[in-house]
Write a protein that binds this ligand. Structure first.
Ligand SMILES: Nc1ncnc2c1ncn2[C@@H]1O[C@H](COP(=O)(O)OP(=O)(O)OP(=O)(O)O)[C@@H](O)[C@H]1O
Ligand SMILES: [Mg+2]
Length: 331
């Protein structure tokens, strides 16, 4: 992996995949530098899994091009397959076997001798904090342990490119952090990781660059810093005592915070994005709170968090994240 410094691990141009009338992937251009983590951020139905399946040669594109280390995913599918591994959105290991048995079995399937398969299995279980659970059936694992053994299963043979499809959806914060640590270990060993996620903070924590996708199209691309410059690095949530003061609160927040203010469905609630320039999100949020107090507005609740995916979409598209199924149900 010496001549890889400026190489693209993944490159797509105008990639299209359709299912009947649904354009699941609708002209996607991606350029993923080797040795990095690349985040693909999008809501349900955005086309994340479909794009990953095309790149992993599990399904053929209907248009455009996709290459993995320069190899075309259709014409050179076998070469691509030798370089990539996919940890799917849904678990792939055998529930009735123990973690150790699963990993040994997979090692044997790719041609390791018994001793080598056992050594690799134990090494991965250790690296992923699963040594104590090694002898337990996978169906008795927690969600977080389950995701970790899934990822371990997909890197028995160290892949050049690893696709992680929503690796932390449904996990508690502690398990998410454990999975994040694993991703960092994998990248430190030279693997390029393409990770799909519905969480801005996940992409922010792990990825060098992020593509935001919506209805099969890339609607924004850049470093987490660039994305947050347009979307905001924080999100302020305010609940007022009196709905009658909401107009005034909106005015005060708009005057004190540089990014957009939203009125929530709840008549006493507002959300405002904070860009964190000139003193950090927390400082700006506290100045805004002080300004509300000076204007005689009574605030019952005030919190600062990360912008949600909905807020990202509102900032980028002027509409909240919706999925196709929802849209069809409404139509
Ligand atoms: N095998 C299929 N047959 C028909 N339509 C499909 C198929 N797979 C995906 N789709 C449709 O393609 C679109 C993109 O789906 P995809 O699973 O790629 O989205 P996703 O971003 O992975 O969503 P999620 O976050 O829910 O996993 C959706 O409208 C989905 O209904
Ligand atoms: Mg998916």
């Amino acid at each position: 992996m010496s001549d890889r410094a400026n190489t693209l691990a993944i490159e797509t141009k105008g990639l299209v995949k359709t299912f009947g009338k649904t354009r699941a992937v609708d002209g996607v251009d991606l350029a993923v530098p080797a040795g990095t983590v690349y985040g693909v951020l999008g809501p349900n139905g955005a086309g994340k899994t479909t794009a990953v399946r095309v790149l992993a040669t599990l399904t053929r594109p209907d248009g455009g091009e996709a290459r993995v280390f320069g190899h075309d995913v259709v014409r050179e599918a076998d070469t691509v397959r030798s370089k990539v591994s996919l940890t799917g959105q849904y678990a792939s290991v055998d529930e009735d076997l123990t973690g150790l048995e699963n990993l040994i079995l997979l090692g044997r399937l790719i041609g390791h001798r018994k001793a080598a398969a056992k050594r690799r299995a134990e090494q991965l279980l250790d690296a992923f904090g699963l040594t104590e659970a090694a002898g337990r059936q996978v169906k008795k694992y927690s969600g977080g342990m389950r995701r970790r053994v899934d990822i371990a299963a997909s890197i028995i043979r160290t892949p050049e490119v690893l696709f992680l499809d929503e690796p932390t959806t449904g996990l508690d914060p502690r398990s998410r952090n454990q999975v994040w640590d694993i991703v960092r270990i994998i990248v430190a060993q030279g693997t390029t990781v393409l990770l799909t996620t519905q969480y801005l903070d996940e992409a922010d924590n792990l990825a060098g660059r992020i593509a935001v996708i919506d209805h099969g199209k890339v609607i924004a691309e850049g470093t987490p810093g660039e994305l947050k410059a347009s979307v905001g690095s924080g999100s302020v949530h305010v609940r007022l005592r009196d709905a009658g003061q909401r107009g005034e609160a909106e005015r005060v927040l708009s005057a004190n915070l540089s990014l957009g203010v939203n009125l929530e469905a709840d008549p006493v609630a507002l959300t405002a994005r904070v860009d964190g320039n000139g003193g950090g999100a927390a400082e700006q949020a506290s100045l805004a709170l002080a300004a509300l107090a000076r204007s005689g507005i009574t605030v019952d609740e005030f919190s600062l968090g990360q912008p949600s995916l909905d807020e990202v979409f509102l900032a980028l598209t002027d509409h909240p994240a919706t999925d196709d199924a929802e849209k069809e149900a409404v139509a």
